[in-house]
Design a protein around this ligand. Structure first.
Ligand code: PL3
Ligand code: FE2
Ligand code: FE2
Length: 263
């Protein structure tokens, strides 16, 4: 049990000592930078299986960061008094994109950008439709809530099984993603009564797409030692927390979350 394990940090290494050691030896529990990750087995970052999966996952992340940049700039055209703030968020996304490009280069992996473009198409198209109709609420739900919660959960699950170079980058990125999620939450919260209906509709149309994206990425994520159920659970936790912050009750959130099962 994690509760009866004791952690010691020595020179940036954390040693996790369990009073009743199971099958794992003490040496195996020496995991750099982690307080309590005795269970985490790192993948072989140079294997062909790893690099093949990484070529798609890395592309998804690069494409996602690029689209996030474009989406924040686009949302700025719908809320002109927020354009400067949104341009700042967009700049952060470009920095993320460059960081993840460096992660792929560092492993000698060529990102499969055509695959990633297809992966994002349904959500991308829904965002473009909402943008053309001037539906700020839908645009914010797609980008600042759903995509950011997706990114946060994916990065959370990736960090413990990442290579040291990517870990440093991803840890920096995930902090920014909270700022983005928070931006969306605050705007929607401030306007809740007027946006409620559109939010419910946008949730019904887009939450199933995110579920499908999580399913599509699961096999490649598994090759990176990221667990599908962990990804889904972390995503739902982030999403539900965001909805609570916006002002929905737990009953309303349960109803909104049901859309993930139906679509
Ligand atoms: C918003 O700021 C960014 C949107 C990015 C979307 C991320 C999708 C993540 C899919 C699974 C990736 C695992 C992490 C691997 C990092 C190289
Ligand atoms: Fe980002
Ligand atoms: Fe972001």
């Amino acid at each position: 049990m994690a509760s009866d394990r004791r952690n010691f940090a020595v020179n940036g290494y954390s040693l996790s000592i369990c009073p009743h050691p199971g099958p794992m030896s003490t040496a195996e529990t020496l995991v750099k930078g982690h307080a309590d990750l005795a269970e985490v087995a790192l993948p072989d970052f140079s294997s062909e299986v790893y690099k093949d999966a990484y070529s798609r996952i890395n592309a998804i992340v690069i494409e996602g960061e690029q689209e996030a940049h474009d989406n924040y700039i686009a949302i700025g055209t719908l809320i002109p008094d927020q354009a400067d703030e949104l341009a700042k968020l967009a700049r952060m996304e470009l920095k993320h994109m460059k960081g993840f490009t460096a992660c792929g280069n560092n492993l000698g992996v060529q990102a499969d950008m055509a695959f990633a473009k297809t992966f994002f198409t349904p959500l991308h198209d829904n965002f473009q439709k909402a943008l053309a109709a001037g539906n700020v609420t839908t645009c914010l739900l797609i980008q600042a809530i759903l995509i950011e919660a997706f990114a946060i959960s994916a990065y959370h699950i990736y960090i413990p099984v990442s290579d040291p170079f990517a870990r440093r980058i991803t840890e920096g990125v995930v902090k920014d993603e909270y700022t983005h999620l928070n931006y969306g939450q605050e705007w929607l919260k401030a306007n809740l009564e007027s946006v409620r209906e559109e939010l419910e509709q946008a949730n019904r149309e887009n939450l199933p797409l995110v579920r499908r994206m999580l399913e599509q990425v699961a096999d490649d994520a598994a090759a990176l030692h990221m667990d599908k159920e962990d990804l889904m659970a972390d995503f739902m936790a982030s999403y539900q927390e965001a909805l609570t912050e916006i002002g929905f009750t737990s009953r309303e959130i349960a109803k909104l979350a049901t859309a993930a099962l139906l679509g």
